[in-house]
Ligand binder design. Structure first.
Ligand SMILES: Nc1ncnc2c1ncn2[C@@H]1O[C@H](COP(=O)(O)OP(=O)(O)OP(=O)(O)O)[C@@H](O)[C@H]1O
Ligand SMILES: [Mg+2]
Length: 253
């Protein structure tokens, strides 16, 4: 099993969209039963991207009940299983996060026990910025993909992410990380200029495939489908398939 965390310091850069859509692109390559996603963001939005009923299971509630992850992975119509965060009260969220603070190995242990993505890949969606969820992901991931937009807002968060990576490297020197550019739009001067700046600054730490700005990504979400299903021949689907091929190489799958 390979564990891939999808993270960013900045909000709204496309983490949840990429988690669901990269998972779909990987499932297309690897075949059924080999790709899962886990929602570790209290926004509880990931299941929506995959047409999964978000009330069936809740990793938060099951943890609070001490039930482990039995039955937490819900099958989607798209050959990717999904562990939803769940719709929870504020007090449940706080109690869950307190458990995560006390048990830094919680995620890794549960992924192993649940047998998720056996011989496959598990992608984990996270909330923006530093959090107890981000710590859990960094404690067990094989690879972390840091999503960036080619704008000044994302650029400004790079030092915070680099500082976090440096701290984590003490605990997990073997952890691999790449920046992934999302919503690339070569028709916009600023987008082009920041992309160039990011390549100068981060070099080979930027994944060789970025995802273009494509309105089909948002439209697919409105239909609760991965963009690869909604618009299989569009630009974003093409990029996602290439990114999945690169990821399979990096993970040696
Ligand atoms: N490549 C893309 N092209 C066009 N729109 C995109 C693309 N990627 C994401 N979006 C849109 O950007 C918005 C934010 O995406 P998303 O919710 O996935 O971001 P996020 O990083 O998960 O946000 P948060 O930090 O709140 O969790 C959504 O409206 C989504 O449809
Ligand atoms: Mg999100």
């Amino acid at each position: 099993m390979s564990v891939v965390g999808i993270v960013s310091m900045k909000g709204g850069v496309g983490k949840t969209s990429l988690t669901a859509n990269i998972a779909m692109a990987l499932a297309t390559r690897l075949g059924p039963g080999r790709v899962s996603v886990v929602d570790l963001d209290p926004q509880n939005a990931l299941h929506w991207h995959l047409g999964v009923n978000g009330t069936q299971a809740s990793v938060c509630k099951q943890t609070l009940r001490g039930d482990g992850w039995a039955g937490a992975a819900v099958a989607s119509p798209f050959e990717v299983s999904c562990v939803p965060y769940g719709m929870v009260s504020e007090s449940d969220r706080e109690a869950f996060e307190a458990i995560l603070v006390k048990s830094p190995g919680w995620l890794g242990k549960n992924l192993q026990q649940a047998g998720l993505g056996h011989d496959g890949v598990v992608l984990i969606d996270t909330p923006p910025g530093p959090s107890v969820y981000l710590k859990q992901v960094f404690a067990c991931a094989d690879l972390v993909l840091i999503v960036l937009l080619a704008d000044a807002g994302s650029y400004a968060t790079i030092p915070a992410m680099e500082a976090w990576l440096e701290d984590m490297a003490v605990l997990r020197p073997e952890l691999n990380s790449f920046y992934v550019l999302n919503q690339v739009d070569k028709t916009q001067v600023l987008n082009r200029d920041v992309t160039e700046l990011l390549h100068q600054h981060l070099g080979e730490r930027i994944a060789p495939v970025g995802i273009h700005q494509d309105e089909a990504v948002g439209e697919a979400l409105a239909f609760r489908q991965p963009v690869l299903v909604y618009d299989p021949h569009g630009q974003a689907s093409h990029d996602l398939a290439r990114l999945a091929n690169w990821l399979i190489d990096v993970l040696n799958r």
